[in-house]
Write a protein that binds this ligand. Structure first.
Ligand code: ZN
Ligand code: ZN
Length: 181
């Protein structure tokens, strides 16, 4: 199975193709693009920024860090329809465990009711949560995922500041032209 060129997760079904690379979805594709904007920023500046975020307090419970990227996996089904999501959550370990346990509970209740994907993906998503709870990112250093997230943030700021230097014209649909009098 293909792996996402941005977040490295395994793509079970679907995904976005861009040249040689596969991405989970448009967001991962876009993030990979934004990431390339940070190529010219010195590594030590980026490292410092990553470290700063990693050492900060948990944005969810305001408790002590380290905070990192944790993943919560969910699935729900309705007959022939099955939807599964993996949400990245930046938080401390204990908030992550809470989110992942909620993901297990949610999937246990809502995941099964679709054929065939609900039956197949419910155990998959539950197992992924359990793996997240029992292993998760290394707490002694920022994970590669957190680094990517911080870099994408920095990249979108760089892109944003480049754009704001020459403001694009407003899309005409946003401001309808005044009616002729
Ligand atoms: Zn991805
Ligand atoms: Zn927390």
């Amino acid at each position: 199975m293909a792996k996402c060129g941005y977040c490295n997760s395994t793509i079970i079904m679907g995904g976005v193709r861009a040249g040689q690379l596969h991405f989970c979805n448009k967001k991962c594709h876009q993030n990979a693009h934004i990431l390339s904007a940070t190529k010219n920023v010195p590594a030590e500046i980026l490292d410092r920024k990553v470290d700063e975020v990693w050492r900060s307090n948990c944005p969810k419970c305001q408790g002590l860090g380290p905070v990192d990227v944790h993943k919560v996996h969910e699935v729900w089904s309705a007959l022939l329809l099955t939807r599964w999501t993996t949400k990245a959550q930046v938080s401390c370990r204990s908030c992550a465990t809470k989110g992942q346990l909620a993901g297990v509970g949610f999937s246990l209740v809502f995941g099964w009711w679709g054929f065939p994907w609900g039956l197949i993906l419910t155990p998959v998503q539950i197992t992924r949560n359990i793996i997240g709870i029992s292993s998760g990112p290394d707490s002694s250093r920022p994970s590669e995922e957190l680094r990517k997230l911080v870099l994408v943030n920095a990249g979108s700021q760089i892109i944003g500041s480049q754009k704001s230097a020459t403001p694009p014209p407003l899309p005409s649909s946003a401001t309808p032209p005044p009616l002729p009098r």
